[in-house]
Structures are given as C-alpha cells and as structure tokens.
Ligand binder design. Structure first.
Ligand code: GLU
Ligand code: ZN
Length: 323
C-alpha cells in the first residue's frame, strides 16, 4: 500500500433522524466506492446530536441497511477503532474543548436571540433549511458570558455564535469545482453551540472529521453551502481541512429532495418487498451512468466502474418506473 493510500480516510456520517432511502443510500455508496476503490480506510460515525429528532432504532437500522447493501467500514460504533467513540453524543467533551479554544481566541460570543434559530443549529442545514442571515445583534452586546446570562430568564442559557470575518471563503470541490462564498453576507455569525455542552452540527462535524483523521468528505451537494462555514472553523481551530466532494442528490420529478409523498423509497421497505441488494445497487449505479437499466450488481462489482467524471452534474431523478 502506498503512503497516500495509507493515509486516505473517508467517512459515512448518517444522522439517525430518518430512514435510509434511495437518495442518501446513493451518497453513501459513492463515499464508500471513492475510498474503497483506492484502498483507503472508512469510518462510520453516528451523528446523533439532534436529540429531539433522533428516533430509537434508526441508527441500528441504518447500519444494518448499509451492510445489507454491501458496504462495510473499518472503524465505527459496532466495530470500534482507534478514534472511539464513534457516536457523537458520546464525544461531548471534545466539542466542549473546541468551544473553549474558540472562546480563548475570541472567535465566539454569547447570543441571547431566538431559541428556534439556535435549535436549528443542531442538525445539518440541508438546502433550503438555512434560515435568514443573522444580523449580528449580540456581537457587541455583552461584555461577558455572565452579562449575557443575566439578560435571560432563569431557565435559559446563552448560545455561542461564531464571529464570521468579512472575507470570501474559497475552496475547490472535488466534483463541483471552485467555490466561493462570503459567509458574512450569506448566513452571518452562525450558531456553534446551544450551551457549553451543546455543540451543534457545524462544530461537531469539524471536530470529529479532524480528530478521526478524515482526508476526504464525500456527501450530498445539499451540504455544499455549509462547507465554507466548516472551513472557517477548521482555520480558527488550526485543523487540517479534508478534501470535499459534493455529489448531486436523487430528487423527485418535481426537483425536490426525496420525501414520503414521492413513494416509499426506504431501503427497509424495498428489502421487505423482496427486492435484492444487487437490484438496488444496480439502480444506484444506473443513476450514476455506470450500469445499464435493470442490471444487477454487488457493491464490490461496482468498484472498477467507479468514475466521478461520468456522474451528471444534475440531480438524478426518481421516475415512476423504478418504484
Ligand atoms: N449527518 C449529516 C446529515 O445526515 C451529514 C453530515 C455530513 O456529511 O457532513 O445530515
Ligand atoms: Zn443574539
């Protein structure tokens, strides 16, 4: 194994808030193929910080569905590994330390604004879920955390926002090419934690990808626009940025993300109907342009066909004939 292969590390990072369906299964398959086709190491990480939305049994089901599809990983909640624990709710101490480093360098400030905005920071803001730009109301409002706390009713604690600098954040995406966002004018200062021990998606994903030595993040392109914020955090915490690759989603004919109303595309339901894993992998491969319509394939058999350049920049459309 060459040195670069030895260091290549990717991850699968499901949130146990909803069932695995054809759409996110395709993104996971791509992340797996990208790493496995080059002999790298794969990490499975469960992103369960959004407690109210976490459904019991969903995490186990997701792992089971992914394994059934033929994917595997070298480190994870079920197999252990040098970077355990692989479940975010068990890594709170690490996020607290990162928050404290951000406080030390003056890059976060306490915010007493709306609770819904702060709660939204718990999960990954997929396209259309980002809300309005935060105008920076609390940036210079308080001299200390205690002063901010005093401004709130007893039961509430201030949240922590990252102080976004006035600059363009640029990176080259491995699929979509050069990206540029002026985070200050698009989203403004974003929430990193609900409270000391309440890190949200944006901080946790950066801390974990860095701590787990992840060198490649391949995920759905509905998270493309969050990457600039993550890069700001990598820089503020002096961490190495991974290479980012954002792949198109599978959408419904109306162009939206797959949802219940588009029919039941949950892997679990397809399994229950007696559809084979090879048939599903074949369909996912067909959507990537790597297989004929109706071809049946294992994930392993797909490895030599993996070629991101053949993937359409447009989302794959779930048409009625596949249901
Ligand atoms: N766990 C996040 C989600 O499922 C994705 C995180 C990521 O890939 O950065 O929405
Ligand atoms: Zn505020």
């Amino acid at each position: 194994m060459s040195e670069s292969q030895d260091k290549l590390r990717g991850r699968l990072a499901p949130s146990p808030t909803g069932a695995l369906h054809l759409g996110n299964a395709r993104s996971f398959l791509l992340a797996w193929l990208s790493i496995r086709s080059r002999g790298g190491t794969l990490v499975m990480r469960m992103e369960d910080l959004d407690h109210p939305k976490v459904k019991p049994g969903t995490a186990e089901q997701a792992l089971d569905d992914l394994r059934w599809l033929g994917l595997d990983w070298d480190e994870g909640p079920d197999v252990g590994g040098p970077h355990a624990p692989y479940v975010q709710s068990e890594r709170i101490e690490k996020y607290r330390r990162a928050l404290s480093r951000l406080k030390d360098v003056g890059m976060v400030y306490p915010c007493t604004c709306s609770r819904s905005d702060v709660e939204a920071g718990q999960s990954a803001p997929h396209v259309g879920e980002d809300g309005l730009r935060y105008p920076g109301t609390c940036r210079d409002r308080y001299d200390s955390f205690d002063e901010a706390s005093a401004a709130l009713p007893e039961a509430r604690i201030p949240a922590w926002r990252y102080c976004v600098t006035d600059e363009h954040v640029c990176f080259v995406d491995g699929f979509h090419g050069p990206q540029d966002q002026h985070v200050h004018t698009t989203v403004g200062d974003f929430v990193v934690a609900r409270h000391e021990d309440g890190a949200g998606y944006m901080l946790a994903v950066v801390v974990d990808d860095a701590a787990m030595g992840i060198t490649e993040v391949l995920r759905g392109d509905d998270l493309l626009a969050t990457t600039h914020r993550q890069i700001l955090l990598y820089r503020a915490l002096w961490l190495d940025c991974p290479q980012f690759i954002h792949v198109p989603l599978v959408v419904s004919p109306d162009g939206r993300r797959l949802a219940k109303r588009h029919g039941d595309t949950r892997i679990r339901s397809l399994r229950d109907k007696g559809i084979s894993a090879e048939k599903i992998v074949g369909l996912l491969a067909y959507w990537c342009g790597w297989a004929e319509w109706g071809e049946e394939l294992t994930a392993q058999e797909l490895l030599p066909r993996y070629d991101l350049a053949m993937l359409s920049k447009e989302p794959a459309v779930l048409t009625d004939d596949v249901k």
